[in-house]
Design a protein around this ligand. Structure first.
Ligand code: DGI
Ligand code: FE
Ligand code: FE
Length: 185
């Protein structure tokens, strides 16, 4: 599928502001990929599709997780996590993406995981710091991203973890593992 066609289809899945976010992630991921030695084209592809299922009804995501053998433990955690693995499934089966590294960048863009690839980090970080993002600490993440992919991403996970704790929410173990792994470096 051509990128233009893909973008039209993804755009139709979401409200205008989420599409603007997606464009921001694309643009940022390309810059970060160039800065940190990743393939900008693969970063762009993952970015286009990363939030493709974000506006699906909760039940549709839950059904897709169960029906396709995606990690069912996700269902015990915040439903905000569910659009990442379902997005990867849709990218593969409905958009014809076969690049496993791109699919993993979509799959882990929310939770992160231990041993993230450079491409996974680039997409996850771009999602945190695209120009439309405005949350406490985002400026510091942008500053850190000038020199360190790991330090910027760590600051991103820290802000999510503090947000989740403040809200009294459960934390998905992969995010803890991602943070611990980045701290070890
Ligand atoms: O889809 P976006 O809004 O662009 O961003 P995202 O895919 O990073 O989703 C982030 C949301 O997921 C954020 O509001 C926090 C929520 N969330 C809930 N539980 C967890 C979690 N995020 C992480 N990283 N880990 C969790 O356990
Ligand atoms: Fe997302
Ligand atoms: Fe996003």
């Amino acid at each position: 599928m051509k990128r233009e066609e893909m973008m039209e289809r993804v755009k139709a899945e979401m409200p205008e502001r989420r599409w603007r976010h997606t464009l921001g992630v694309m643009e940022t991921a390309i810059v970060l990929a160039e800065r940190f030695g990743e393939d900008p084209s693969r970063a762009e592809l993952a970015s286009i599709l990363h939030d493709v299922t974000k506006y699906w009804p909760t039940q549709r995501m839950a059904d897709m997780i169960v029906d396709n053998g995606l990690p069912a433990e996700l269902l015990d955690y915040d439903k905000e996590l569910w659009h990442a693995p379902t997005g990867a499934w849709v990218a593969e089966h409905e958009y014809g993406v076969s690049d496993q590294g791109v699919l993993d960048a979509i799959r882990y863009h929310t939770s992160g995981r231990k041993g993230m690839s450079g491409l996974e980090k680039v997409v996850c970080l771009a999602d945190y710091m695209e120009p439309g993002r405005d949350f406490p600490g985002v400026e510091r993440i942008r500053e850190l991203s000038a020199s360190s992919l790991d330090e910027a991403l760590l600051a991103g996970f820290d802000s999510t973890l503090m947000f989740l704790i403040a809200k009294g929410k459960r934390i998905f173990p992969l995010t803890m593992e991602a943070r611990n792994d980045l701290l070890r470096k």
